[in-house]
Design a protein around this ligand. Structure first.
Ligand SMILES: *Cc1c(COP(=O)(O)O)cnc(C)c1O
Length: 226
């Protein structure tokens, strides 16, 4: 990344692109939330984005997020967008405002217990593995309806929406369309889909939040540890 990279200017540009994409789709730009994905970014790049008014951030690891945001999270909305292990559920419920990666019953059960214990109710999204990739988290599309029903009936969750990460190297449109169809069939309004390379397409397919990292902050540092 060039030393002159300006995250605040990048944010203004991304917001302008969100606005154009929303208007082109006949939607209100206010209906699309920009989630700034701050994982693996140094504080020098995050600070200008915060100063520019960004309040919603996404992180994919519980520990890393706590290290970055603890003591700085006042007035912010922090979203977990990475896979959640049940042994991190306690910290995730305590720390995040939104958990976007609910994808299995065991996790639902542990989250329900933690939410009851802590008296906190983070907003929840179900992650759908639209490309049915074995290495990727998320419930299979064919199992999504039943899983959403279990979340609602058995665990009493008010699911806010669905989240997906389309396979790399495939056109994302069909994956966004599939996620939107599953959401519609289940009366879910929230659609977390679209990243730096495809957020405008996602908005065309109805995204209500887009998760943008490198287009805002520049390329990420190497992931911590193996
Ligand atoms: C890292 C990440 C993003 C952001 O990716 P960019 O291509 O840098 O915008 C979005 N969503 C999830 C789930 C991620 O892990």
């Amino acid at each position: 990344m060039s030393p002159s990279f300006d995250p605040a200017a990048a944010r203004a540009d991304v917001l302008a692109r969100i606005e154009r994409a929303a208007r082109a789709a006949g939607r209100s730009p206010a209906d699309v939330t920009l989630v700034a994905v701050s994982k693996q970014q140094p504080w020098e790049r995050i600070e200008p984005i915060l100063a520019a008014g960004q309040r919603v951030f996404g992180e994919n690891r519980v520990q890393e997020a706590m290290g970055r945001w603890e003591g700085r999270a006042e007035g912010l909305e922090l979203r977990l967008i990475g896979p959640l292990q049940t042994n991190k559920a306690r910290e995730a419920v305590a720390f995040f405002d939104v958990i976007e990666t609910l994808d299995r019953e065991k996790l639902a059960r542990v989250l329900a217990d933690e939410m009851a214990r802590q008296g906190r109710t983070p907003r929840l999204y179900v992650q759908v593995n639209t490309g049915e990739e074995p290495q990727k988290a998320g419930v299979a599309p064919a199992e999504a309806d039943a899983f959403i029903e279990t979340c609602r009936k058995t665990y009493g969750f008010a699911i806010e929406g669905l989240m997906c990460i389309p396979p790399a190297g495939e056109p994302p449109g069909p994956h966004f369309a599939l996620l939107a169809k599953i959401a519609d069939g289940n009366g879910l309004a929230g659609l977390s889909m679209g990243m730096s390379d495809d957020f405008e397409t996602a908005i065309r397919f109805g995204a209500t939040s887009v998760r943008v990292g490198s287009a805002l902050f520049g390329a990420r540092e190497a992931p911590p540890g193996p």
